[in-house]
Design a protein around this ligand. Structure first.
Ligand SMILES: [Mn+2]
Length: 343
């Protein structure tokens, strides 16, 4: 899943997309700060780490910063080197001559550092693959056809002859494989597989990475998954699955808010399901909604109607209401979208 798909983002906009300018800015810089979005996912974290490692290998003075907690399943990537926390953004951004944001173009996704990002717009570069985009940076390379930012970076770093060692290869492999559901989501294409082939040659170990990311859950997270699965409701003749996680579910299981990643995909195991929605109660009383679509429904369009965004097959938004009201609106919107498709 993509954390971007679970948050608000700006209206869809045809942003400037300048790969060459990004490559030039990277070549020219000497002090680099690399960061990613809040609620960071495998693509954001892996892409950030890979760019940082390759930049260091190319002789740059590079630093990483994560504006939010790193989910437990990705902590192993940063065992040798911890990224700086959000509080250090101003200090590190002012020290850097280039700040690169990977895997988001949405101001709302940068919330913990957003107020400090805007005044530094001129030294900001964005590398992203989402449809929805705000005007956050002077230079933007946005490729909506890329399965992951990890694919874009694997190609760019090779072209720039920046070194991709085994650690950077595993970071990029994490980025590509998590954003493609370990190479089974509809965004899995020849370009993603070509990138993965090169990353394995560069030392990435898919079996080791899979076990570390997907088979290292805490029992609390497994119990949270069970709670979500037992909440299943089917609508629209079984084509819409809705699952929910309440504050009580978190309290009872002891799971953390960042342990919901990928739970939204579970109802896709049901053969009739075309669209899944996961509703998660937030501490502030609002509901975070994540959406997945198998083939027929553009869930980014549905999320957009509620002020969110994402990709056609994976999107999200926040509903100011608690779960029951948010669920009613979601079911109505999805049922309507499904009625316009063939069953
Ligand atoms: Mn991504």
């Amino acid at each position: 899943m993509c954390a971007n798909c679970a948050g608000k983002s700006g209206a869809a906009r045809q942003g400037s997309s300048d790969r060459a300018a990004v490559a030039e800015a990277l070549s020219r810089c000497s002090r680099l700060l690399v960061t990613t979005h809040a609620r960071p996912d495998g693509d954001g974290l892996g892409s950030m780490l890979a760019l940082h490692l390759a930049a260091a290998g190319a002789g740059k003075d590079s630093t990483m910063l994560v504006p939010d907690a790193i989910p437990l399943r990705y902590a192993f990537l940063f065992e040798p080197q911890q990224p700086a926390p959000a509080e250090r953004f101003v200090e590190l951004a002012d020290r850097a001559d280039l700040v690169v944001v990977v895997d988001t173009c949405a101001a709302a996704q940068l919330e913990p550092i957003a107020q400090h990002v805007q005044p530094r717009r001129d030294k900001l570069v964005v590398i992203d693959h989402h449809i929805t985009a705000d005007d956050v940076a002077a230079t933007v390379w946005r490729d909506e056809s890329a399965a992951a930012v990890g694919v874009m970076l694997a190609e760019l770093l090779e072209e720039m002859s920046w070194p991709i060692g085994p650690a950077a290869a595993e970071a990029l492999m994490t980025a590509v494989c998590t954003d493609t559901g370990w190479l089974h989501y509809p965004n899995t294409d020849a370009r993603a597989l070509a990138a993965v082939g090169k990353l394995i040659q560069a030392g990435a170990r898919p079996d080791v990475l899979y076990a570390r990311i997907y088979q290292g859950d805490r029992p609390q997270r497994f119990r949270l998954l069970a709670a979500a699965m037992s909440s299943l409701e089917l609508h629209a003749d079984g084509r819409l699955a809705v699952i929910t996680l309440t504050g009580e579910d978190f309290a009872r299981t002891g799971a953390r808010p960042d342990e919901t990643e990928d739970i939204v995909n579970e109802p896709m195991r049901i053969g009739t399901v075309e669209v899944c929605g996961l509703l998660v109660a937030q501490a502030d009383g609002v509901t975070r909604v994540s959406l997945r679509s198998r083939r027929q429904v553009d869930v980014a369009a549905i999320a957009g109607r509620f002020g969110g965004g994402g990709h056609a097959r994976a999107a999200g938004y926040r509903d100011k209401d608690a779960i029951p009201g948010a669920a009613r609106r979601l079911i109505a919107a999805c049922t309507q979208a499904l009625s316009r498709t063939q069953g």
